[in-house]
Design a protein around this ligand. Sequence first.
Ligand code: HEM
Length: 205
Amino acid sequence: MEKIKLYTRFERFWHWTQMALVLLLILTGFEIHGNFSLFGFENAVRLHNSSAWSFMGLAVISILFMLFSHQYVNFIPTTKKLKEQVQYYLLGIFRKDPHPTTKSFYNKLNPLQRLIYGGLLILIFPVQIITGLVYMYYHYPENPVDVAGLQTAALTHTLGAFLVVAFILVHMYMTTTGHSLTSNVKAMITGFEKEEHKEKIEEKA
Ligand code: HEM
């Protein structure tokens, strides 16, 4: 086992800030939806709007960071070892088989994670942002967006919210499937992880 650098300081900041914002969006969003009362409706709307703007700002900064630091390569989908990875999660993990893939600074995500995160990036987040913006700027009766349009946006936004919750539940389970129950979470806190790996990784940031 070798201790390798996986996450830069910015990536850790991005991950935990995004997590806090998404949790706030879920809590305030479902309060707006009428599922429970926590902040009070008006505060929930205000908080939802401000965390949505912070979330979008963070997304812009993170995309620029990923592009300039070359870290975007981690999200490029691949089918290489995809079958092995699926078999591992379905069977191998329960037989304590070794992980079929290894992690490195420019290969942090396994083929299945690349597909799921890619799907999330392309589908859910732009969907939440576009429908959220329609929601935000729909001021009836003068607004050009008609009621049917708003209804579709609201339903899509709520469906997207359920998908985000589903993703988080699966994501939390996945964090426990590293070399130990907590190794993946620790890596996202410290930036380092113990990996059966030969390649030396240079610290970039
Ligand atoms: C993880 C991301 C997000 C989740 C889980 C989420 C969740 C929700 C939910 C459940 C509702 C209530 C929908 C309804 O009952 O019809 C809602 C409302 C809303 N969301 Fe989001 N949302 C997210 C991101 C965003 C973003 C990025 C924006 C803005 C660009 C946004 C803007 C709004 C607005 C304006 C409302 C309506 C608030 C009101 O009634 O005044 N949301 N959201």
